[in-house]
Design a protein around this ligand. Structure first.
Ligand code: SAH
Ligand code: DHB
Ligand code: MG
Length: 222
């Protein structure tokens, strides 16, 4: 499902509001040159993540799924100078490209990219007893989102925000019989959200340059 106007409006908003800049464009070009898939958030979505982090006053951010570091740069720019962002990425080539772009954006001092399956990195973070996170952005392999959410809960402080990307999947989320493993994972994720008394959440459908999709935002109570 797609509509030319969705992309045109994203392009207009990005230009009219000045949502991208040389470092963000450079990160996208580096990802393209490294032949990474073109699945980063759009600039309007990246700016939304950044605004949520700023509104929330997030000082410690956890990201699952770095790709070329595009969403990472938006989020890291919301951090204070002593803030930290940890981003988990399966692929060494993605992590390498992302690190270079993060460095070029002047954010290397507050961003750490960890390579490996996110489930293993999450377990390692728990074992290390890291300081809890204020904001978690889940954007890795979609079928694993329910497990990532459970780890994110354990690694979050009361008052933390958890955002998950790509939850609507062209509308597959609404089909109880969907065979799409990603959509099935996202339905399970919604069941977990509903069953968790500490969590208040909603899901918003979106259209744009990446088609018809959506995101979930959850607030973790005390
Ligand atoms: N957040 C990025 C896009 C991430 S795309 C942005 O918007 O700019 C999803 C990423 O998740 C890909 O880079 C992919 O390699 C990574 N990924 C897939 N499976 C993973 C896993 N098991 N653990 C960690 N990362 C994984
Ligand atoms: C895919 C991953 C994403 O994070 C996204 O925003 C769109 C697509 C994917 O794995 O296909
Ligand atoms: Mg995504």
């Amino acid at each position: 499902m797609d509509d030319r106007r969705w992309s045109d409006v994203d392009a207009y908003v990005t230009q009219a509001l000045g949502l991208d800049d040389a470092e963000l464009d450079r990160a996208l070009m580096a990802a393209q040159q490294a032949q990474l898939p073109p699945i980063a958030v759009t600039a309007p979505q990246g700016k939304l993540l950044q605004l949520i982090a700023r509104i929330h006053g997030s000082r410690r951010i956890l990201e699952l799924g770095t790709l070329g570091g595009y969403s990472t740069i938006f989020l890291a720019r919301a951090l204070p100078a002593d803030g930290q962002l940890v981003s988990l990425e399966l692929r060494a080539d993605c992590a390498q490209t992302a690190r270079a772009s993060i460095q070029a954006a002047g954010l290397a001092d507050r961003v750490q990219v960890r390579v490996g399956p996110a489930l293993e990195s999450l377990q390692a973070l728990e074992a290390e007893g890291v300081e809890p996170f204020d904001l978690v952005f889940i954007d890795a392999d979609k079928p694993s989102t329910p497990q990532y959410f459970e780890h994110a809960l354990r690694l979050s402080r009361p008052g933390a925000v958890i955002i998950a990307d790509n939850v609507v999947r062209g509308g597959e989320l609404g089909d109880p019989d969907t065979a799409d493993p990603g959509a099935r994972g996202m339905r399970r994720f919604h069941e977990l959200l509903a069953a968790e008394p500490r969590v208040d959440a909603t899901t918003i459908q979106t259209v744009g340059a990446k088609g018809y999709d959506g995101f979930t935002i959850a607030l973790i109570g005390g």
